[in-house]
Design a protein around this ligand. Structure first.
Ligand code: ATP
Length: 269
């Protein structure tokens, strides 16, 4: 579990030293194995909060902590898997020794995080290679990860320019999964996709949540995409959470006027 406690991020900019409260005294918890959606219009502070959670920015005040409970639950799962595995099998041992990181991020524009001159197998294997994982094993894992994101092995030797936008997002997710994250932060990853491809990607994330046993912080400005997908949602405006709770409850009975306005915009365009 991850706890965000009274976290603020204020920026000072311009000649007059104007202060922007991008995130203002936000508190929330992320539970193991849940999809938590962060909703809000452009500039409401979603990406800043996600970057604070991922440790890419430091808060002006407040604390973000991983509780022992989460660390232990991951460790227990790994210990159980280890005891089930055949200890004499070297391939399995290498997989157990695979590097991991607690948080991985996937962004709206996959082209920004992919070297256009690299083949897909090298893009997916990059985090493993940076952690000194052996090349051939990294490639064989990359192929397994491609299968997990429902792309066949032919994609291994393609370049990003030979993949569609939806396929590139799957490749970005495969790369993130290579580090067995506890939390996957997905920041507007479906914004540039058409509705059918978007829906397929959300279904993929749902199944990965189960199979990988991870949590997902899903950031979007579109309230209409999260029904049947996110377990809980926080609606943000001007750096402040307007309301937070079970997704279906908030969609059915929104308490804040801002959420109601967002829903009206979805219904009436
Ligand atoms: N480095 C920075 N310096 C000054 N202001 C910043 C900085 N980063 C973000 N902001 C401001 O903080 C506010 C929140 O920005 P943020 O990118 O978190 O919003 P967002 O909800 O993710 O928007 P979008 O959906 O457009 O990405 C905005 O007013 C933005 O201009």
């Amino acid at each position: 579990m991850l706890r965000v406690d009274q976290v603020s991020k204020h920026f000072t900019s311009g000649k007059k030293g104007q202060i922007t409260k991008a995130v203002d005294e936000i508190s929330l918890t992320l539970q193991p194995n849940e999809i938590f959606a962060l909703i809000g219009e452009s500039g409401s502070g979603k990406s800043t909060l996600a970057e604070l959670i991922a440790g890419l920015q430091q808060p002006t005040s407040g604390t973000i902590t991983w509780t022992e409970e989460w660390r232990e639950s991951k460790k227990d799962k790994k210990d159980n898997e280890d005891s089930k595995d055949n200890k004499d099998n070297k391939d399995d041992k290498d997989k157990r020794d695979k590097p991991s990181s607690r948080i991985q991020l996937v962004f709206q524009n996959p082209d920004r995080s992919m070297n256009p001159y690299w083949r897909v197998k090298d893009i997916i294997a990059e985090p493993l290679r940076l952690s000194k994982y052996p090349k051939q094993k990294a490639y064989s894992l990359a192929e397994e990860l491609l299968a997990k994101v429902k792309l066949n092995a032919d994609f291994m030797d393609r370049y990003p320019s030979e993949c569609s936008g939806g396929q590139k997002q799957r490749i970005a997710i495969a790369r993130a999964l290579s580090m067995s994250p506890t939390l996957l932060v997905a920041d507007e990853i479906t914004s540039a996709l058409d509705p059918t491809i978007e829906d397929e990607l959300l279904q993929l994330l749902l199944s990965l949540k189960q199979s990988e046993g991870m949590s997902i912080l899903y950031i979007t400005h579109r309230l209409d995409t999260i029904s049947g997908f996110a377990d809980r949602v926080a609606v943000m405006k001007d750096g402040v959470i307007q309301e937070m709770g079970e997704t279906e409850t908030i969609l059915a009975e929104p308490k804040s006027e801002y959420t109601r306005a967002l829903l009206r915009a979805v219904w009436f365009g």
